[in-house]
Design a protein around this ligand. Structure first.
Ligand SMILES: [Zn+2]
Length: 174
């Protein structure tokens, strides 16, 4: 690989357990990678790293965070919310906190309360498996998008729903 700055051939290094690559770009303080290649230029000092299959890597980090046996921190939650496609503003609104509060907490990397931690894990787990993006639309939507009865006695009629059983199992029809 040629240096993008001075066009000199760069020196390739395989990253091993001896000196793992600190993956600061993901925004988490403690993620290190091995088995990848880095490229450095002796002439001008340019440095680059190749991280293949980054989507799969991020899915692995999500899984690891969701299974973490201690309370999540706000930096970890920032990683999770970006992975499931929430902006800071939408996320704060869904958490019932102000965007300023969220930003301060992410910077300080404080720990979540236990109920909030469980709520975040549940939301991220659901959205990670939300193949049609329909649940995401509801969660990302404005509060007004979700219809709420206005009067005390008003109720919405239950939705007509037809499911059919065929050889492959139950299927939603209408
Ligand atoms: Zn160079």
């Amino acid at each position: 690989m040629k240096c993008p700055v001075c066009n000199t051939e760069m020196i390739k290094t395989n990253v091993t357990n001896k000196s793992p690559y600190h993956y600061k770009e993901c925004g988490l303080p403690e993620v290190y990678l091995v088995g990848i290649e880095t490229f450095s230029c002796e002439k001008c000092g340019e440095y680059s790293v190749a991280i293949p299959k980054i989507e799969q890597l991020h899915k692995l980090i999500v899984k690891d965070l969701l299974e973490k046996p201690s309370v999540l921190t706000f930096k970890e939650v920032r990683f999770l919310r970006k992975e499931v496609g929430f902006s800071a503003k939408k996320w704060a609104s869904n958490m019932g906190i102000s965007p300023e509060h969220l930003s301060r907490s992410e910077k300080a990397d404080s720990a979540l309360s236990v109920p909030m931690d469980k709520f975040v894990r549940a939301i991220v787990t659901i959205l990670s498996n939300d193949s049609h993006g329909k649940i995401k639309d509801i969660l990302l939507g404005e509060a007004e998008d979700l219809k709420v009865p206005h009067k005390k006695k008003e109720r919405f009629k239950a939705k007509f729903k037809l499911d059919r059983l065929d050889r492959n199992g139950w299927k939603f029809v209408a």
